[in-house]
Ligand binder design. Sequence first.
Ligand SMILES: [Zn+2]
Length: 324
Amino acid sequence: MKAFVGVDLGGTNLRAGIVDIERGIVLTSDTVPTLAREGPEAVMRRMGDLVKAAIASCRLGVEDIGGVGIGVPGVLDLDKGLTLFLPNLPGTWPNVPLGSTISEKVDLPVFLLNDARSITYGEWMFGAGRGVDTMACFTIGTGIGGGLVINRKLHLGIGGTGGELGHQTIDFNGPVCGCGNRGCLEAFASGPAMAGLGIKAVIQGLTTSIGKLVDYDLNRITPEVICEAARQGDSIAKDIYVQAGTYIGIAVANILTTVGPRKVVIGGGVAAAGDLLLEPLRRTVHERVHVMPIDQTEIVQASLGLNAGLLGSAMWAAHNLDQV
Ligand SMILES: [Zn+2]
């Protein structure tokens, strides 16, 4: 068995899993809080301990492990193993030597990859994107991440920055996005953008069950709550999914015409709504794409859940060591 470690550095949780890269399965995984406010040194110490504990829990030693891949939420220097800008972590981690620090702590080679690209790679190798030469992936949650596999290679662009599908401009007059641009897809269809529409509907006094589902505590309105209301037949809640699905559909249409993928994989927490989101998304794509054979592109829900990132990061380390 070839075992690698996949790590996910999240704003809330750190996860590490031991991955059998031949079968594409996570053998064990463990999660601890990131406690990101304590700063990079403390987080990296916790990450090193978590990786060692994961290896030990599989009754393996360092000599049994090929390497470590870390999925990181932000902009990186892949060659130097540095974090450059992690917008969701306090202090944003400029020039933090994450790769070399973890490598010293666990005595293994370490490779970094943007977290959405890790999910893309995992879904392509072992999940909903398996078997195609060209694929696009959108991860829709607190933000909207993305990634591309082109001609059987994870597309990196400059330093791994290529594939930010959530920051394509959908409306040049649109609202300001967290990245500084105006009218990005993320500003229209991320989890918080959808929650904002739910909150607005309740405040406006529209006829919707969204407010009642959270006892009118507006802070508790999430895409999951809106999904529950929509499944109960709430038309305002359904409309919020139609709106998000339409915006994502415009973005998917842009990718279809520019990249021509065989599959588009839609993942992240918001995608758990399934057809509520996918139906308007597919309809929009059919309305807008006329210059490529859309009947040869499948638009599907991601299939690996939280394991996609761990699998993708571990496979990325294996790929960099010429093991796959
Ligand atoms: Zn943006």
